[in-house]
Write a protein that binds this ligand. Structure first.
Ligand code: ADP
Ligand code: MG
Length: 701
């Protein structure tokens, strides 16, 4: 910013914040904090540019003599001046200014000015340039520009960081041997380079964080992350949970699991059996399970969750199953109810929209322990829900929940279980299983989920035929409708998905309503239904049930069907304006078909012209159905923040490393973390102190 922005007139009423408190706002206290406060970019003050070579958009430093200056009143009061050197003239302009600045611009005076050049009608100008003494020595290094806070100047920061660099006792947490094996720069040298790059260094590699100095910083950051996640994992193993081991046979409940398995029309796939075993072996321990169950859409996570729940229930513990939308929660409820009720296990429904009386009954059944499995939405974590003996919490599609919700539920479980188990005074925490249908690339799982155990269902149930994906430009709408009519004639069911129109929910709805009307007419006498976000949960359930019971041939839907809906007879999916959807979303949607034995088709309708990104997404959809492959491409296209939802991801903790770009570093950092933890706890502590101070709380989630 220009000199103008320094607040010269502090009002007498609000005392100026001290420099320390401003530093504190940036989290800067120790010398180490300061040297790890890294520049966002650089200014080149190593050279003076002739005015004639100024170009719009370029930060430039020039020197010259004021040839004239005046205060202009129109269109608003402002100070203007013209500066000249041997090569030409440039205009300077201040929209607000102090009398001292006006005095500076007295004709005949020489100044060095710096700012962004803009092209204007009468040549070039700089607005609010930074003004300094002409002829002063030029910097030898690029000038760093740091992240700052209100009222804290770059000059103060530079000074403080510069002096910290000379005084700090910066021991390198990586030994010489390790550095040379991993090809990493020494820490002090890396920091020196980043804070004060030599004038002849191309700043691009610094700005893009590809310079070896940055590689070292990113490595250290990732190492700290791996170390703290490992520590968090250790810490949790100190906590107690009720062990839910195999039930001794002969007991009446011993066969709950077998009875459910026997009632199913299918046998578990090998992958399902394997992950169930992993989960059950965790459940048997006396410290809480934190396990992520990931598996592509349609891989059959629900039955695995049900079997895990039965294990807990056979111990007379309660299980909470939470889903992100009421529609999905209700579908889970129906499924669980149909599986569990014949076994005499009471399943209870809890959602925000329930009638007061029904809700009171549910709450009572939960409190008394009569309800063994409680299925619901976020309502499950609201105040007033008291469990009798919560032993296992299952969260479906967990990427849709924020970390805070995940936390709150596990706290609730902690409170609920605490003291509720007869004959024990231990603080018990429920086991936790989260399920995700967004497969996560390995490097991402290593960081975001490094504190969780991960189980993957890597095979689909047998008898599925791959979905054929077709791309159609939207001007072939009539052909597509004919296609749908044909499918109806063959007794197949069709989803027709209308896109979310970001700008307007009303338009969004209108669009779905119009499409519905169009299809009702075009397909008559076929039965067409409509489901969208404005319907009440009961209305939605009604439409979904008709579709599930094949009372509807075509279901027009906004993206509400995105997660988890399971109608095996639906074998055709039309996605309108597929170019507006994200890759993960398209993959989820497509996963709604191809669930039965019939050959399924997914038609992606798109509007031309396609953006580069949209084209790549559609191509990925066309080329592959492998969820992991899709996730990797999504990561490449969008970056990890968006993939996981940046706010909740904990990735915000990574200031410098970029998981899309630095996957290789993650792997090395993880290996190094394991070695360090085993051999050198003191260095581990030092490294964590340096990088993680003030962040431990967040990581503990
Ligand atoms: P998701 O992993 O997406 O939640 P679901 O649990 O909804 O998948 O399962 C998708 C469909 O596959 C359901 O209709 C379910 O009953 C069925 N299914 C699950 N496991 C098997 C299996 N081992 N064999 C055959 N069908 C299965
Ligand atoms: Mg599911």
């Amino acid at each position: 910013m220009s000199a103008r922005s320094a607040p010269k007139r502090q009002s007498a009423k609000t005392p100026a914040l001290s420099l320390e408190s401003k530093f504190l706002r940036l989290g800067l206290m120790s010398a180490e904090d300061f040297v790890l406060h890294l520049p966002l970019r650089y200014e080149d003050e190593t050279q003076i540019m002739p005015i004639a070579s100024a170009r719009p958009g370029l930060m430039s430093q020039i020197e010259g003599e004021v040839v004239r200056s005046e205060i202009v009143l129109k269109p608003r009061r402002q100070l203007t001046a013209v500066l000249r050197d041997e090569s030409g003239e440039i205009h300077l302009r201040w929209l607000t200014f102090y009398p001292s600045q006006q005095a500076q611009m007295t004709p005949g005076k020489r100044w060095r000015v710096r700012g962004e050049v803009r092209g204007v009608r009468h040549g070039f100008e700089m607005v609010h340039p930074k003004v300094s003494v002409a002829g002063a020595p030029l910097s030898m290094a690029l000038t760093p520009v740091y992240p700052t806070t209100d009222g804290l100047s770059q000059a103060s920061l530079r000074k403080a960081i510069g002096s910290a660099l000379t005084t700090v006792d910066l021991c390198d947490t990586l030994s010489h041997t390790i550095r040379s094996r991993l090809g990493l720069m020494e820490l002090r040298e890396a920091l020196q380079t980043i804070h004060s790059p030599p004038a002849d260094l191309d700043p691009t590699s610094l700005l893009e964080h590809t310079h070896p100095a940055w590689t070292r910083i990113k490595f250290d950051e990732l190492l700290a992350q791996q170390l703290s996640l490992a520590a968090a994992r250790d810490q949790r193993q100190v906590r107690r949970a009720r062990p839910l081991g195999p039930v001794v046979s002969g007991k009446q409940d011993a066969s709950l699991t077998e009875r459910l398995l026997a009632s199913l029309p299918f046998a578990l796939t090998a992958a399902q059996a394997r992950v169930l075993q992993e989960i059950e072996s965790d459940l048997g321990r006396s410290f809480p399970m934190y396990r992520l169950l990931q598996g592509d859409v349609g891989s059959g996570k629900t039955i695995v969750a049900a079997l895990a729940a039965l294990r807990a229930i056979s111990h007379n513990a309660q299980v909470a199953l939470m889903a992100p939308t009421e529609l999905l929660a209700e579908q889970h409820f129906n499924k669980m109810h149909s599986w569990f009720e014949p076994l005499g296990v009471k399943v209870c429904w809890l959602a925000g929209s329930m009638p007061v009386k029904a809700k009171r009954e549910s709450l009572e059944a939960i409190r008394s322990g009569e309800a063994k499995l409680v299925v619901g939405t976020q309502a499950l974590i609201q105040e007033g829900v008291e469990f009798c003996a919560l032993g296992l919490v299952i969260v479906d599609e967990q990427h849709r929940f924020g970390v805070s919700q995940r936390l709150s539920l596990s706290r609730k479980g902690e409170d609920a279980v605490r003291g509720s188990v007869a004959g024990t005074t231990l603080d018990l925490i429920p086991h936790q299983l989260t399920m995700s249908a967004t497969p996560i690339p390995r490097t991402l799982a290593m960081t975001f989920y490094a504190d969780l155990e991960v189980s993957s269902i890597d095979e689909l149930p047998p008898g599925r035929t791959p979905v054929v994906t077709k791309l159609f430009a939207s001007d072939r709408r009539m052909d597509i409708i004919a296609h749908v009519a044909q499918a109806c004639a063959e007794g197949q069911q069709t989803y027709w998905v209308c896109p979310l129109i970001e700008e307007s929910e009303a338009l969004d709805l209108q669009n779905a309503v119009d499409t519905y009307a169009e299809l009702v007419q075009a397909l008559s006498p076929r039965r067409v239904g409509l489901v969208h976000g404005r319907l009440t949960p009961a209305e939605k359930a009604l439409v979904m049930n008709s579709f599930r019971n094949a009372e509807l041939d075509v279901l027009v839907a906004t993206t509400v069907i995105e997660v988890g809906v399971d109608v095996p007879n639906a074998s055709l999916m039309i996605i309108e304006h597929a170019e507006r959807f994200g890759l993960a979303q398209l993959h989820q949607l497509r996963g709604r078909v191809g669930r039965g034995a019939k050959r399924s088709v997914c038609v992606l309708m798109y509007q031309t012209p396609l953006s580069m990104l949209a084209r790549q997404r559609l191509r990925a959809m066309y080329e592959t159905q492998d969820g992991f492959e899709i996730a990797q491409r999504d990561l490449d296209l969008r970056g990890p923040g968006e993939l996981l939802g940046s706010r909740q991801s904990g990735l915000t903790l990574l200031k410098f490393a970029d998981l899309a770009q630095d996957g290789g570093l993650v792997v090395v950092a993880r290996e190094q973390a394991i070695v360090l933890r085993e051999t050198d706890p003191q260095t581990v502590r030092k490294h964590l102190d340096r990088w993680m101070r003030g962040k431990e709380d967040y990581l503990r989630t």
